[in-house]
Design a protein around this ligand. Structure first.
Ligand code: FES
Length: 198
């Protein structure tokens, strides 16, 4: 789902939610018949009882730290709490590279774009991953196997250009070995699935 579709869908939800909101605009209930994701978000929001727009970034950061991404439901809840339209929240969140709107893939690939990696050609590496996986940075492949993230220096400049896949570092990556790296993890996924089937 692209962001504009998400926004349309979410805006309807937030409208419905706001129509259902009575009384204290910042009150959020935690408890009965609420799914775990919403419970988590509400427990965060409850720590910001009189929050305004200034609290948007820290709230989104906390939600993402716990949930791994910002789901449409989360955007609705945060919008309802801060009385902000979802389009505003998307606008702010998409301005910062650090927010994700999709679940991470089974293999989460972080491409370092810090200075040392940039100088050694990390832009070409990023483009090669985007092309091979057919996704942009910040997105997840349809099969849920891979997600891409651009990060600043990950503290291994001596290995530049470096990438990390679920915390495993790959050093001196070139655009030419990107397909091989992807193939390695596809194979690993099959092996893992095969073991689990036994
Ligand atoms: S710049 Fe890439 S690890 Fe430091």
């Amino acid at each position: 789902m692209n962001n504009s579709t998400q926004e349309t869908h979410v805006e309807k939800d937030v409208h419905d939610n706001q129509m259902n909101t009575v009384g204290n605009k910042n009150a959020v209930e935690v408890g009965t018949n609420v799914n775990p994701e919403i419970e988590t978000i509400r427990s965060i929001l409850n720590r910001y009882p009189h929050a305004h727009r200034d609290s948007l970034i820290p709230i989104l950061q906390e939600v993402q730290d716990l949930e791994g991404y910002l789901s449409p439901k989360c955007i609705v809840e945060v919008g309802r709490h801060l009385m902000l339209p979802t389009s505003k929240i998307y606008g702010v969140a998409t301005f910062y590279n650090g927010f994700r709107f999709e679940k991470k893939g089974r293999f989460h690939i972080q491409i370092c774009r810090g200075t040392a990696c940039h100088v050694k050609g990390s832009l070409g590496v990023l483009k090669a991953f985007q092309q091979s996986l057919d996704i942009e940075a910040g997105r997840t492949t349809r099969d849920g196997l891979f997600s891409l993230e651009v990060v600043a220096c990950i503290g291994a400049c001596g290995l530049a250009p470096v990438i990390s896949v679920n915390g495993e570092f790959h050093a001196a990556v070139t655009p030419d070995n990107v397909r091989k790296i992807i193939k390695t993890y596809r194979k690993r996924a099959k092996e893992q699935d095969h073991v689990e089937e036994k």
